[in-house]
Design a protein around this ligand. Structure first.
Ligand code: FDA
Length: 392
């Protein structure tokens, strides 16, 4: 059997591209070194795959070339993926505004993709190592653990570096370098923060506590829940801001976003002069957090009437102007995505082909395009996969 297109990586982008190219009459083979296709899809969204976001815009993506993603996202938007899963009868729900999750399990999304690949006549070979890839005339030659293949085009859909136990590898970056493409520095994104020992000790008793906060760093702000963990800080707020954070940066946290806390403290002091600050706090924050803050900042537990305006202003600052300087992140071991990657400036935003070598293409997360939390990364995988597949 000979193939027109070989796709390296049976993940979200690779399978989407394979089905699209297969429907266009291309003989498509997907190769993956893992023993199962779509492992990240299965793990995603806490086992229920947040497969798209209805509010996707190019502004939800980080890239040194921010215009690159516009074309593909415009041609294949969230609604098109919803139509696809609807045709398969997949049941889903909007868990947060725009964020669509499987009602049952992530496997349902993978089943849609594998069924599409089957209908499109795509062949998938797992447990296959790619040993070498070279240009061969107008096409490409692959040396694999299962023999040699001469094909018209190769699509690299090997994803990022996060969670190596799910099959992640830097192979796509190695290939890019081999063909003289620039690979922008990579780092873990959508990843929990670790803390310096002293702060970690203050917050140790809070593991498992979640609280809605607003966080900001480098002119990006998010209002989402924050989760205290035994290693540091996580939850959607911290995962989101981690993609913008650089080592050494402080992260600004407001534990009581919304109304003016100083005003509320003064009103409370007027209304309940004999109540404690702890009561004010437990009406607004989880009890364990309120207690930890009182102990940490040594706020006294006498009558709130005994606090001066200056003391209340200081309490407000400690609640609403908390600057945390993380020690680091948990890294690729737990990160949802990889920031950076293959520089898109040498790639066509229409076909995803390397400009100087159109028989070689890169799609999905291996590229320097990374979505925020909320289904955007899968939408990028679908959109880039379809755009590339349609160009064959
Ligand atoms: P993906 O990683 O899906 O696929 C790459 C494939 O290439 C894998 O099958 C791998 O085995 C294969 N491969 C790698 N190296 C190879 C080699 N050398 N030879 C052969 N094959 C090789 N996003 C989102 O939008 N909503 C969500 O709910 C989540 N949830 C989530 C949870 C967790 C735990 C993680 C780690 C990630 C998410 N994500 C997410 C992110 C999302 O999973 C990710 O962005 C996409 O899977 C990227 O799709 P790709 O196809 O580019 O790579």
């Amino acid at each position: 059997m000979t193939y027109d297109v070989v796709i390296i990586g049976a993940g979200a982008a690779g399978l989407m591209c394979a089905a699209t190219a297969g429907y266009r009459g291309q003989r498509v083979l997907v190769l993956d070194h893992a023993n199962k296709a779509g492992k990240k899809i299965l793990m995603s969204g806490g086992g229920r795959c947040n497969f798209t976001n209805l509010n996707t815009t190019p502004q939800h993506f980080l890239s040194t070339n921010p215009h690159f993603c516009i074309s593909a996202l415009k041609r294949y938007g969230p609604q098109q993926f919803v139509e696809l899963v609807d045709r398969h009868g997949l049941e889903y729900e909007e868990k947060a505004p725009g964020q669509l999750f499987c009602q049952h399990r992530s496997q349902d999304v993978l089943d849609v993709l594998l069924t599409e690949c089957e209908w499109a006549g795509v062949e998938i070979r797992l447990n296959t190592q790619i040993k070498q890839l070279v240009r061969h005339g107008d096409g490409m030659r692959l040396q694999t653990s299962q023999g040699r293949l001469d094909v018209g085009a190769v699509v690299v859909a090997t994803g990022g570096l996060s969670i190596p136990t799910l099959g992640a590898s830097g192979f796509g970056y190695e290939l890019a370098r081999q063909f003289d493409l620039e690979v922008l520095p990579t780092r873990a994104g959508l990843v929990p923060f670790t803390l310096h020992p002293e702060l970690k000790q203050h917050l140790a008793s809070l593991s498992g506590v979640s609280v809605p906060v607003s966080v900001s760093c480098r002119e990006q702000a998010f209002q989402e829940p924050m989760l205290f963990t035994h290693r540091g800080l996580s939850g959607p707020a911290m995962l989101q801001i981690s993609s913008y954070w650089q080592p050494g940066d402080g992260v600004h946290v407001n534990l009581l976003p919304g109304a003016s806390v100083l005003e509320a403290l003064k009103v409370f002091r007027q209304a309940h002069p004999k109540a404690s600050l702890m009561r004010f706090l437990t009406e607004r924050l989880p009890k364990r957090l309120a207690q930890t803050l009182c102990d940490w900042h040594q706020w006294h537990q006498g009558h709130i009437a005994d606090f001066s305006n200056a003391q209340l202003a200081e309490i407000e600052a400690q609640l609403c102007d908390w600057w945390v300087t993380p020690a680091g992140t948990e890294g690729y071991r737990t990160a949802e995505v990889t920031l950076g990657g293959v520089d898109t400036r040498q790639i066509s935003s229409r076909t995803f082909a390397v400009e100087e070598l159109p028989q070689l293409r890169f799609i999905g997360e291996v590229l320097d395009v990374t979505g925020q939390l909320g289904g955007f990364n899968f939408q990028w995988a679908w959109a880039s996969g379809v755009a590339c597949g349609e160009s064959f």
